[in-house]
Design a protein around this ligand. Structure first.
Ligand code: NIG
Ligand code: FE
Length: 418
């Protein structure tokens, strides 16, 4: 069971990043506006923010029975929202990590039976209880990096029973962890070994068996697919996502990661909420996403971890007026990090996003991409009391001092969790 919601007053944040603003994802120049209150304070009652203002204003209306959190000049901002993550899997791929150092590519390793399929073998071999225990441990890592809401994709089971097993683990995680998990069905992540010679039959299985069961058991809000050469082509993508939409799921899509297969434009055509990765997406793909209101989810940690230098065109996307999101892509193959602060560093240094744009992308824009922009992602009256305190004076330091754990404390629904 989740804890009862807490009540606290926060005082003396050197910078309180409210991210306050109009409803909806932040576009273009609005991505730079963080709504910073110097010497800020906030009142949270029963898990919900009641007021936000200067410390003086908050101190004036302090209820006598409330616990006061002294930020002592530190930076306070909304808990991070990680809108693309694969946290439930067995084992790790440290062997492939070493092989890549020796020159092997992600695609070569996958072609030899490694890659996603190797994690599928380890995930199938793990019991539901073992997977839950592994995932709980990982949830603690996320929390310690300042994440308070995250997506959780299935996709390492690739059979009816195994995909349902993973999604049940996500449900149990959600019931017990301070983090809120948003479940996504990713049965179309790879063609499993047993369907190697008949990939179309696997697409049938995803559409006719898995999807109806996932929906019937109410185990996912979103459906995703790895739309990529050697994985799922445009026709299969249309089939899977078309069926998912008809069944009432919202859509996300792994698009244009390794090759430009015009998947960003396909995401627009299919009415996806997000198109994720986009390392190979060109100007036409960006225009298509703009036309359909698709949010790009950029995952620079996977580019970094694969040793590539081909980052997505974040600047062009911001300038085109897209509500850009940043996320970890946490997974054992291409992005073994739960750290949004590391992602912010990569966004600034490698994609030339401004520190403020990066913070917006990992908070309020992430929240809108997960259908929760009305509840989380900013510190405004009526929203959840989810925030983190960083041990620095200026929010730009969060991305600047990279690979340094600057998280001082993390609150979810007004309770201190870290
Ligand atoms: O987002 N691209 C597909 N899926 C993951 C990688 C999964 C894996 O290698 O296990 C990604 O990068
Ligand atoms: Fe991914």
């Amino acid at each position: 069971m989740k804890k009862a919601a807490g009540s606290i007053a926060l005082l003396h944040a050197g910078q309180l990043l409210t991210l306050a603003g109009p409803r909806g994802g932040r576009l273009g120049p609005a991505m730079r506006e963080l709504g910073i209150i110097p010497d800020g304070g906030m009142l949270v009652r029963n898990g919900v923010i009641e007021s936000v203002g200067s410390s003086e204003e908050i101190a004036r209306q302090l209820p006598n029975d409330i616990d006061v959190v002294e930020a002592r000049g530190r930076v306070v901002l909304p808990g991070f929202v990680d809108a693309h993550a694969h946290p439930v899997f067995g084992g790790n791929r440290v062997d492939e990590f070493e092989l890549r150092a020796g020159g092997a590519s992600y695609e070569e390793i996958a072609a030899r039976g490694g890659g996603i399929r190797s994690t599928v073998r380890k995930t199938r071999a793990a019991s539901e209880a073992e997977l839950l225990s592994l995932a709980r441990n990982r949830a603690e890592w996320f929390l310690h990096c300042g994440t308070t809401t995250m997506e959780a994709k299935s996709g390492y089971g690739l059979s009816l029973a195994e995909e349902l097993k993973i999604l049940r683990v996500v449900r149990q995680l959600n019931e017990t962890s301070p983090i809120e998990f948003v479940p996504t069905f990713l049965g179309a992540h790879a063609i499993p070994e047993e369907f190697r010679d008949r990939p179309d039959d696997y697409v049938d299985c995803v559409v006719e068996e898995m999807l109806p069961a996932v929906v019937r058991q109410n185990l996912a809000e979103y459906c995703d697919i790895f739309s990529e050469r050697g994985y799922f082509d445009a026709a299969s993508t249309r089939r899977v996502l078309g069926a998912a939409k008809a069944a009432g799921l919202k859509l996300r899509m792994h698009a244009d990661q390794l090759t430009n297969s015009r998947a960003a434009a396909l995401a627009a055509e299919l009415g996806a909420v997000t198109a994720d990765h986009l390392e190979q997406t060109d100007t036409a793909g960006i225009a298509a996403m703009k036309g359909a209101g698709v949010q790009p989810v950029l995952l620079p940690a996977s580019v970094y971890s694969l040793g590539s230098t081909r980052y997505p065109q974040a600047r062009a996307m911001i300038e085109a007026g897209l509500a850009v999101v940043l996320a970890t892509d946490f997974n054992p193959g291409s992005s073994p990090t739960p750290s949004i602060p590391m992602v912010l560093s990569l966004a600034v240094t490698q994609m030339k996003m401004l520190p403020a744009e990066a913070v917006t992308a990992a908070t309020i824009n992430g929240a809108y991409s997960l259908g929760r922009g009305d509840r989380i992602g900013s510190l405004e009256p009526g929203k959840r009391g989810n925030f983190c305190v960083f041990d620095c004076e200026d929010y730009r330091e969060i991305a600047y001092w990279f690979a340094l754990p600057l998280v001082h404390s993390v609150y979810v629904n007004g309770n201190r969790e870290v």
